[in-house]
Ligand binder design. Structure first.
Ligand SMILES: [Zn+2]
Length: 546
């Protein structure tokens, strides 16, 4: 095996804000995508950490808590529990969510402290909007207004519509979110900032080397951001929620929450490995450049500026200490019945809600087929039932029947011999799947389409003799389809693995001289009742930025 086959991978899904549960839009975006990619890498034998970490310091926690009549601390606790249940119910292969504890805060403070000591931050006097009656500094969730770039309605920090940042006094028509009638005034404050412009050469070189590794719209936004003066990102803000900034120049301020994402990702990587018994002394050990990990982020378009620019510079600002990400896989928005998911209007479906009604493989199969990879796509219950039944369940179970029929008269006491043509066909099937799962072209939608297409073709080959008709060849081809589907349809895959079926995705796995008979696991229908009930839902406010 080459080193590339042993290279460790760190897959990070956008850090969810702990101000509500994950809904289907979130799950169909970074969380399922990252899971499918992580499962694929594991099937090829790579060591993989797939992780995320709740973003408790976000201002959205306090605004949501205030609306819901609760405290930010309680909201964080209930939301983290709900997100954990959603991740588990969807079969997302993470170890869980790490606790936001003293070690977390120490990791963040060590990370920013080293940058401060190295002189990477600048002290600036900036104009900030304040609510004149409440006295609150209006940043991020505390302020709404008009995006100065695309003129859409936007919160502070960055615009969900065009993806551009707006810092300090840049948002037009600012109003306090908690009390729109509270007049806005501007005050000058001294804050620490991270000047992205100082990293232009390194950013330009990085993007020249990673040009083909971004989806087109995200790459276009990166190009747009690089074509204008790069912003100065706040490192500290005059706020009350979050981690107290430890710097003498900015007494009484907190760390700007978005500054935490990189140390948070290092901490959650460390925690995941420690849970698996691989404890390292240094929390940032796995991210050190010497370890040469392949780092891949999965996040939404609204986070391109953060993960693609601000967080990249936060790593670069440490010199050559850390590995830089290999790729960012960005998704667009997912609509529900052709309208935006909306918490305030109750227009949403939580993952756990759907998974209580519909078998998990069918949910994962449909989300993979319709995921918003390149543009907005739509979830509809009626379409899910129709599409999944017609394209996935019926042909899949037809293949299970055809295989059982084919094996009925075969001598299955010993492994069944395969032919050269059968081995070649099986290798061809696996090669098609690998193309869908490999970066930079990773696409779970194309992988799910490939499952449907290859099931149809394997079924035809089993029944009408487009293949050799040898039971060993039919079996081998069905095994290849199952292995290709395994990162998406995890419950049927687990059933096959428990029965001893090799679901390896390497070319070698495709070419055995003989293959032991196995029962092709059937997909459940929509009427199938779950035997393990999904944990009961709590009613939580849902305005997760992820
Ligand atoms: Zn905008």
């Amino acid at each position: 095996m080459s080193d590339e086959h042993r290279r460790p991978a760190i897959v990070v899904a956008a850090t969810p804000t702990s101000n509500g549960d994950l809904h289907l839009g979130h799950l169909a975006g970074p969380y399922l995508g990252g899971d499918v990619y992580a499962r694929y890498l594991r099937a090829t034998g790579r060591p993989v950490v797939y992780t995320t970490c709740t973003d408790d310091s976000q201002s959205y926690v306090t605004t949501t808590a205030r609306r819901g009549g609760t405290t930010p601390e309680l909201l964080c606790a209930t939301s983290t529990a709900a997100i954990r249940r959603s991740i588990e119910a969807m079969g997302i292969s993470m170890a869980g969510l790490p606790p936001i504890d003293d070690r977390y805060r120490r990791t963040v403070l060590d990370f920013v402290g080293a940058l401060h000591t190295a002189g990477r931050f600048r002290l600036r006097t900036v104009r900030l909007p304040f609510a004149s009656r409440s006295g609150a500094c209006l940043y991020d969730a505390f302020v709404t207004g008009t995006c100065p770039v695309c003129l859409a309605g936007s919160c502070g920090g960055s615009c969900e519509t065009c993806g551009h940042p707006n810092n300090f006094d840049q948002l037009l028509d600012p109003r306090s979110t908690t009390d729109p009638a509270d007049p806005v005034v501007y005050r000058e404050h001294r804050v620490l900032v991270l000047p992205l412009e100082e990293y232009r050469d390194r950013l330009t070189a990085y993007y020249a080397a990673h040009d083909g590794r971004w989806r087109p719209r995200a790459r276009q936004l990166v190009g747009e951001l690089l074509s204008r003066p790069l912003p100065e990102v706040p490192v500290t803000v005059p706020g009350t929620w979050g981690i107290a900034a430890p710097f003498p120049e900015t007494p009484g301020q907190v760390l700007y929450p978005w500054i935490e994402a990189m140390p948070a990702s290092m901490y959650s990587t460390w925690w995941t490995e420690a849970r698996a018994g691989r404890v390292t002394e240094r929390v940032d050990e796995h991210w050190l450049a010497d370890n040469d990990a392949e780092i891949v982020y999965f996040h939404g378009f609204d986070n391109v500026y953060h993960w693609g620019l601000m967080d990249l510079v936060l790593l670069m600002a440490h010199g050559d200490r850390y590995a830089l990400p290999t790729a960012n896989v960005c998704n667009e928005f997912y609509d529900l019945e052709h309208e935006k998911f909306s918490t305030s209007r109750g227009h949403l479906i939580r993952g756990t809600e759907l998974l209580a009604e519909v078998p998990r493989d069918l949910v994962r199969g449909y989300l993979a087929l319709t995921a918003p990879e390149y543009q907005r796509t739509n979830f509809s219950r009626a379409a899910m039932r129709q599409v999944v039944t017609r394209r996935l369940v019926d042909p899949w179970n037809g293949l299970a029947d055809a295989l059982a029929l084919c094996l009925m008269d075969a001598d299955t006491a010993t492994p069944l011999p395969t032919s050269e043509r059968g081995r070649r066909d099986s290798a061809a099937v696996l090669a098609r799947f690998r193309l869908c799962y490999e970066l930079p072209g990773f696409s779970m939608t194309r992988a799910a389409e490939t499952v449907a297409g290859q099931v149809d073709r394997a079924l035809a080959a089993a029944g009408t003799g487009t293949g050799t008709g040898l039971p060993g060849d039919v079996l081998l081809r069905a095994r290849a389809v199952l292995a290709g589907a395994a990162p998406i349809l995890t419950d049927v895959a687990a059933e096959a693995v428990a029965a001893g079926v090799d679901l390896g995705l390497s070319d070698a796995s495709a070419r055995p001289a003989a293959v032991a008979a196995f029962r092709f696991p059937r997909l459940p229908g929509f009427e199938h009742r779950r035997t393990t009930p999904v944990a009961a839902q709590r009613d939580l406010p849902m305005e997760v930025k992820s």
